[in-house]
Unconditional design. Structure first.
Length: 96
């Protein structure tokens, strides 16, 4: 089953109760790193995708999200071990 929520990451964690695997997709434009503390899905998601990672500042965003997840989960290892991945999704164009 696939469940999609239209939320912004705050208060959407209930979806984790009905899904076997939760993926939270976000963009690098979340604001200041301190805003990450408010994103509840960083506590709950199994995997996080920082989409549009070809944009300026995306590598910084990826680092900040990994660090926040490590803090939230009291992860002993390094932030790079967090299940946070850079992605780029584009509409494909085909010619007939």
């Amino acid at each position: 089953m696939f469940v999609e929520t239209p939320g912004i990451g705050q208060g959407d964690s209930a979806v984790t109760e009905v899904a076997d695997l939760s993926l939270y997709v976000m963009t690098p434009e979340f604001g200041a790193a301190s805003q990450l503390e408010k994103i509840e899905m960083l506590d709950e998601a199994d995997v996080v995708a920082v989409n549009k990672s070809d944009r300026r500042g995306a590598q910084d965003a990826l680092r900040d999200v990994r660090r926040q997840m490590a803090r939230n989960r009291r992860h002993v290892g390094g932030p790079e071990e967090m299940p946070v991945f850079a992605t780029v999704a584009r509409a494909s164009t085909t010619t007939a």
